[in-house]
Design a protein around this ligand. Sequence first.
Ligand SMILES: [Zn+2]
Length: 142
Amino acid sequence: MTRTDAVSPELAQAVFTRDRREVAAFLAVLAVPELRWKGDRLVAIQPHALYIGQLRANVVCPAVVIDWQHEWGNCWGRWRIEHVKTNARIGKRAEPDMDHLMAVCQGHSEDGMRGGAVWVTAHRPEERDYIARANEVVTSST
Ligand SMILES: [Zn+2]
């Protein structure tokens, strides 16, 4: 088995679209109404100094939806696709489908390792819940 994840561009786009919608819905609750792609970064534009000491335009990703109190402000870089296995004890890589993929920014993936810890690999149960909820919305709205 190769390390190539076999995620087609169409599938990656579907994951990005779903997760952008989830981030947008979440930030709307926090009164951050505007999201923009800046190249391959998703950026929240804050209408005023809502968060003192933070940049007005923050990169955001689903990590903020999962744990915004700790992760707001920790996003940086471009969005990437992360594989989330159903069962951590199964050695094989997650199937490349909507149930096993989510987007995270570089800051929350391997590139953003802090103190030897990678956020995305340390929060698998929360990510599985997030993916299940996000896919439920898609199914019920079609
Ligand atoms: Zn992030």
